[in-house]
Design a protein around this ligand. Structure first.
Ligand SMILES: Nc1nc2c(c(=O)[nH]1)N[C@H]1C(S)=C(S)[C@@H](COP(=O)(O)OP(=O)(O)OC[C@H]3O[C@@H](n4cnc5c(=O)[nH]c(N)nc54)[C@H](O)[C@@H]3O)O[C@H]1N2
Ligand SMILES: Nc1nc2c(c(=O)[nH]1)N[C@H]1C(S)=C(S)[C@@H](COP(=O)(O)OP(=O)(O)OC[C@H]3O[C@@H](n4cnc5c(=O)[nH]c(N)nc54)[C@H](O)[C@@H]3O)O[C@H]1N2
Ligand SMILES: [Mo]
Length: 714
């Protein structure tokens, strides 16, 4: 029963997580306590749909009120990584950080500090990790992680093929497609923009045919696909080359498009026909490598060539393999061969940025890094352990991290543990005691996004909306906003001019400088949506008017043959797209005692490792390893059995899900469970990265998929 003294409000906020969407949520608050969170219930219409959150966003309250929130600053009180800490004041904690940073800079220079901030607040316009870069760069510099763990393969391929990173059309353009090939793409779980699955559903109702190519029969396959084509991880470039072979053999290619818009296609055609290396890339050739029947490949190729406009929608999973960049180069070649690039309903076949219609910038978070030292994120641990002697740009002594759990989220956790143990000093700005935070010397407790004000927008590629996220409650315990923590530290470090505005002033400026005119309405409703009659189509202007808008490649064309890659002269980065066998992946003869190929996709119960400690969301589905009945029965494993998964990098125990939904020879563990070792170092939580390789592919991609493992009854 409500009484007159009770205050009840419904406050618009954003789901702050980094799945690519930015959903509008409503926080229901009574007397300063969040009672529940509901989804967007605005009037729905086809062009401006609701921004409805999923189970994770709606459970955000359970993160805010989680009993294991970090509550006050703490310093290490035991061995590093042991997890014993003692409470101190903010003043004392920040004094210690400033003092140790000063000593480390004096002795080793600023590049001794590795910035291990990551994606936890990526979609936030204000409280994001750009401020850590700003702090360290103004202080003298840092060793910086450059590039993403997600899409370096795609970025590499789009840079050399199209000369731009803006390669994604708006998702509602899928309504213009006749055929949609979801190639290693599972937005039913991995979102990639709030309404992607909703548009796919409508496309299907409009009669589009949907084919899923994935080692797993995914949620998207179950909900949307007319056909599921399982493929061995890391072999997709072979599948694409064989499709190209069929298209050329049957003369189904779009010659006019190839002549007008591409450069060097003939070289690829010679590779595909076998003229170049004596190996025709026929469907039969690919069958051995991919596990896809030659007939199926032939039919798929014909379907793609005949199904115009066809959207070859590639996810990032197949790109996170040993030569992941080649996958996207081959799919771009297919899209060009079939004249599907830059047209409504088509696709560039490389995931990348979209045409950004919102100028939500203006916060000066990035300044140049005076130390100039950079690392691929997949090398962070190796670089700490080996330093300059190992060919890395710096000798790292200290880590500063905000909103990242990179011990858990990069391959080879056991190597990461060794690396963190070897440090002189480590600081983490976190909300929880994550596996990474346990190794810190100083823990600085950060607020959640419901305790502060911010603006969020989805990944550049995928939407035309922004969400205003109001402050709902006061900071819990002694937690502080990330920007406030960094501003206080900047003062202690004697940095001048780091931050001269309040959060509110920053956000007012941000919105005032953007295209948003109805600022009050944006704040009131929480959402700003751009209604378009026609969705944006990536690369369309290059195709409509190539004279005026040449592709930004050396030749001004889509470079199937890249002159810049040719100049590099690296056999592992050929100038034309090629299938290159992975280190561990496809060659069955090299399987040894680790015969199964592991993939580690995104979980619908987590955003990476975020939410792994929240029981409510963990109920969505148990954490399991998917294994085909053939592989399970050979090992005496039954559905529900605990199994040990192992290779030379580590061991983890997890429950088996015996299912036809994964192809034989492949197993799958959703990434992101918190590494929880027992006294023998065996992980007890099913944390995928105990098994995964660290280090990037030649083009920079992380190699999360296609690692060799063995499974046995635990
Ligand atoms: N729920 C949820 N959503 C998320 C995230 C999350 O953690 N949770 N993370 C977000 C982030 S930051 C990112 S970068 C994106 C990542 O998005 P993606 O990289 O697209 O997602 P994944 O699930 O890793 O991979 C997509 C699909 O590829 C398949 N796959 C794996 N290896 C191969 C292969 O070699 N060949 C083929 N054909 N398929 C393969 C997997 O089975 C999976 O179904 O997702 C975002 N969305
Ligand atoms: N095996 C395998 N590993 C993968 C992937 C894969 O597909 N397979 N995907 C990779 C990809 S694409 C990515 S992007 C990375 C992501 O890796 P990370 O960027 O490390 O992402 P999270 O694990 O979600 O960790 C984010 C942390 O930020 C904290 N956090 C959230 N909000 C805030 C805040 O407002 N302030 C502060 N200070 N902290 C906050 C959360 O508590 C959480 O611990 O993982 C990669 N790891
Ligand atoms: Mo990512």
């Amino acid at each position: 029963m409500e009484t007159a003294t009770e205050e009840y409000r419904v406050v618009p906020v954003a789901c702050p997580h980094n799945c690519g969407g930015s959903c509008l949520l409503n926080a229901h608050v009574r007397n300063g306590v969040i009672e529940r969170i509901s989804g967007d219930e605005a009037d729905d219409n086809a062009s401006v749909p609701q921004l409805r959150g999923c189970a994770r966003g709606r459970a955000y309250r359970h993160r805010v009120y989680a009993p294991d929130r970090l509550r006050y600053p703490m310093i290490r009180n035991g061995q590093r990584g042991e997890g014993r800490f003692k409470r101190v004041s903010w003043d004392k904690a920040l004094d210690l950080v400033a003092e140790r940073m000063g000593e480390i800079k004096k002795e080793h220079g600023p590049s001794a500090v590795l910035n291990m901030s990551a994606s936890g607040t990526y979609p936030a316009c204000l409280h994001n990790t750009g401020w850590v870069h700003r702090l360290l760069n103004m202080w003298g510099g840092q060793t910086q992680l450059v590039g993403t763990l997600s899409n370096e393969g795609g970025s590499f391929a789009s840079r050399y093929t199209y000369g731009t990173y803006v390669t994604s059309s708006d998702m509602d353009d899928l309504l213009n497609s006749e055929l949609i090939i979801m190639w290693g793409w599972n937005p039913a779980a991995s979102i990639h923009s709030t309404n992607t699955t909703w548009y796919l559903r409508q496309a299907k109702e409009n009669g589009a045919k949907i084919i899923v190519i994935d080692p797993r029969h995914t949620e998207s396959a179950a909900a949307l696909a007319d056909q599921w084509i399982p493929v061995r991880p890391g072999s997709d470039a072979a599948l694409a080359a064989a499709m190209a072979n069929v298209i050329l053999e049957e003369r189904l290619e779009d010659k006019v498009f190839l002549d007008k818009f591409t450069y060097g296609f003939q070289d690829y055609a010679e590779y595909v026909s076998g003229e170049e290396d004596g190996v025709p890339k026929t469907p039969r050739w690919a069958e051995q490598l991919t596990g896809v029947k030659a007939d199926t490949i032939t039919r798929l190729a014909r379907e793609l060539a005949g199904g115009k406009p066809a959207a070859l929608m590639t996810g990032m999973g197949p790109g996170r393999t040993p030569y992941g960049e080649q996958f996207f180069r081959t799919t771009a070649a297919l899209a060009a061969m079939t004249g599907n690039v830059g047209v409504p309903g088509g696709s560039s076949a490389i995931p990348g940025g979209g045409i950004n219609m919102l100028r939500l910038r203006g916060i000066p978070t990035i300044s140049p890094n005076p130390a100039g030292c950079t690392l691929n994120p997949s090398n962070w641990a190796d670089a700490i352990l080996k330093g300059k002697e190992g060919g890395y740009p710096s000798d790292i002594k200290m880590v500063y991290g905000m909103a990242g759990n990179l011990l858990n989220q990069v391959g080879n956790i056991n190597k990461g543990v060794e690396a963190l143990k070897s440090l002189e000093f480590m600081v983490m700005q976190e909300q929880f005691m994550t596996p990474t935070a346990r190794f810190a010397d100083v823990l600085l407790p950060a607020t959640t996004s419901l305790e502060r004000e911010d603006v969020f927008n989805p990944w550049g590629m995928l939407g035309r909306y922004a969400v205003y996220s109001h402050k709902v409650i006061e900071p819990m315990y002694e937690c502080k906003n990330d920007l406030e923590i960094l501003t206080l530290l900047a003062k202690k470090l004697g940095i001048e001019g780091y931050n001269d505005k309040s959060d509110h002033e920053w956000l007012s400026q941000l919105v005032a400088d953007s295209e948003i005119e109805e600022v009050e309405e944006f704040k009131r409703s929480g959402a700003y949506r751009i209604n378009l009659i026609q969705p944006n189509v990536a690369l369309q202007k290059n195709i409509q008017n190539p004279g005026k808008n040449p592709f930004r490649t050396p030749t001004g064309k889509i470079e199937i043959y890249s002159s810049r890659l040719a100049e590099m002269d690296e056999p592992e980065i050929p100038p034309i797209p090629k299938y290159i066998p992975g280190w561990e992946s496809n060659d069955c003869s090299e399987a040894g005692d680790h015969p199964l190929l592991l993939i580690t996709p995104q979980s619908k119960r987590r955003c990476h490792s975020t939410y792994d400690n929240i029981p409510l969301v963990s109920e969505i589905e148990p954490n399991t390893i998917w294994i085909n009945p053939q592989d399970a029965s050979r090992r005496g494993v039954e559905n529900g059995d605990p199994v040990m998964v192992r290779n030379e990098r580590g061991r983890t125990v997890i429950q088996a899900k015996v299912t036809e939904r994964i192809m034989p020879g492949v197993v799958s563990i959703d990434e992101g469970r918190w590494f929880t070792p027992d006294e023998n170092g065996t992980d007890t939580a099913g944390s995928a990265n105990t098994l995964v390789l660290d280090g990037p592919s030649p083009g920079g991609a992380a190699r999360f998929n296609g690692n060799r493992v063995e499974v046995e009854k635990a």
